[in-house]
Design a protein around this ligand. Sequence first.
Ligand code: GLU
Length: 464
Amino acid sequence: MVRTRFAPSPTGYMHLGNARTGIFSYLFARHHNGSFILRIEDTDRERSTKEFEDSILEDLKWLGIEWDEFYRQSERFDIYKEYAKKLVESGHAYYCFCKEEDIEKQREEAYAQGKAYRYPGTCRHLSKEEVEDRLRNDGSYVIRFKVPDGRVVSFDDLIRGNISINVDDFGDFVIVRSDGSPVYNFVVVIDDALMKITHVIRGEDHISNTPKQILIYEALGFKPPEFAHLPVILGEDRTKLSKRHGGVSVRFYKENGYCPEALFNYLCLLGWSSEKVGKEIISKEEAVKYFDIKDINLSPAVFSHDKLYWLNGVYIREILSEDRLLEDLLPFIEKAYKKVDIDYLRKIIKATRKEYNTYLEAVEKLRPFFEHKEPDEAAKEELSKIDKSVFELLIKEISALEQITPENLKAVVKNIQKSTGLKPKDIWHALRIAITGSLEGIAIDVIVSILPKEETLRRLSKFV
Ligand code: GLU
């Protein structure tokens, strides 16, 4: 039975790279009819917040990633304590009473000599009596894992093949800090082992942690899981994707009017390509069906904002149902304008969904349906060239229409052209400027066919 997990730390909004890690772990589990576990890694009490935890859960749900089990590390401290004790008792870990300032000094010295710091093992060989004595007297200690001398740790990464790392350089590393809080490399092993995780899928920044974790598995007699380390995601300048590249959180895209299916689709294809899929538009169900860790590219994926923007447009134009568009767009529209009538919005969406790539863009483009805007500079200039009598004629002609349709409007323009000799282009411009205040945007005949007639007439009357 395959069991994977996603283990975000709630220290910020979920980064796109993390979301992709979550998606791949999810797809792998679902593909194998296994379980997907969500584990909040909040052992760092200073940097973790409930607010970020909530945002991660919300954003995962929004992306359509549902989990089967949920854990929070801050609720498992007793378990970690028990295992730290076991490691000390079995001689795989030991109490270290070295003063923080001494360690700092050693670290600076190593640094000055251009060497990487390695704890010299000062407390490795304290006798049992000495340890007990110190525990009783000066209290403050950390627990260190005893790294076996001269060991090379190897594992077969499912993406990268065999990886061997000499652990000699690590030195005996801390597993429990002086404030009693357990560190990542330790708790991750306890959790992955107790939660029976079969496949650990995570970012390549954790490759160097893996040997430490394997040593702890061995010391506790647990069987290590399979590991798959995903390549990093780069920005278009080929540096690691970060805030410098603009919006890089799931939250950013949600707030900027992207639809979750498009973001899910885009992230899926960021580093995974399969001949079996052979297309760029892929649903969650198809991704589950075809996902195979062997198809993950070893070279880093490059995040393209433009590509995601394009893909989102495809979802809005061609893939989402009208009901879904309505549901997604409604909060954006109501936030920008006033409460809207659902049937009115439905009509608008039907007629305009090809015109925008994001919901935020839709808010701007659909403005004429909700708000009257004064003519902008270009519109004003155009207006100065148009005979004002056209507005009265437009009012007269449009008032007489029983139903406003693009065809009827064409006839209206033709009639005015005949009676005045004005150019059709100018008549359309006059109508467009009065209704939208701008020379650009959604076709004016589409707008006027949907806008309530009295609103069209009211806007025209301002120009008489
Ligand atoms: N909390 C770690 C992170 O967010 C998880 C690493 C892991 O998957 O083991 O990077």
